[in-house]
Write a protein that binds this ligand. Sequence first.
Ligand code: GLN
Length: 309
Amino acid sequence: LADADLSLPQALRDIHRLAVEQPIEGKVADYIPALATADAIRCGIAFATLDGEVHTAGDAELPFSIQSISKVFGLVLAMQRMGDGLWRRVGMEPSGQPFNSIVQLEWEHGIPRNPFINAGAILVADTLVAHFSSSRQAFLSFVRRLAGSEYCDVNDEVLASETRHGSRNAALAYLMKSFGNLEAEVDEVLAHYFFQCSVEMSCKELATSLLFLANQGMHPITGEKVTSPRDAHRVNAILSTSGMYDQSGQFAFAVGLPAKSGVGGGIVAIVPGHGVIAAWSPPLNRHGNSTRGLSMITELASRLGLSIF
Ligand code: GLN
């Protein structure tokens, strides 16, 4: 990557141009009205490196709905608070099922397969609600500190929409509650979960905020020790097997980086020892992953030889 650093800005520009020249494939998320209005032609990419540089192309500074990418921040915050006890309440196996699937949750007695599907993130939200006097404020301060930006905030319209159309997530929460795996009140847990999904950040902010995962748990810009090296490795391991939902295997095969997507069209990919890529384009494939985001990250990883495998 050292030589590639010199040509990184050029590579990003090329890859972004290639992506926007292709016809738009996929469909903008429409499970809530507030996301259905996202502009399908928006497209951006950022690569933040451990030395503090952020290279960008396209709409890399426009905030968008981070949605499931919030599951990474939630998990790290819960790991800080809960220690290894967390892993008695949530698993670490890929689900092979869509992100909001409910079937395995009954088979596995209310223990979600991993923290990056909805059930798992709702379980993590429960631990945050139980451990913080104001988990939503704690979440937002955490993200702002990592991103180095006071501007990261919740979109109230998305939050209202998530809350109003959240029946599936409520079903997941009640099922876990019925198995005794949820401590706090369901309404409070869901309020936290919908809040974190509704936070907006740009590619630039996202890439910067997750640099600690590429750096053994230490944020290279703030100097904060966010996790131990062991926990950074664990988060990256689960991102590699479960971060792209039921497309995680294919993503590992084609790209080979720990990554997380969200239905707002964002994808973050960790390049251990080097930095973090964040890509954004709202239209999604049938797995809920951004089509142009996937093609940009796949192309960049292949040009620069980034696969960890
Ligand atoms: N808010 C979305 C949901 O709960 C997040 C899912 C996602 O980004 N995949 O359904």
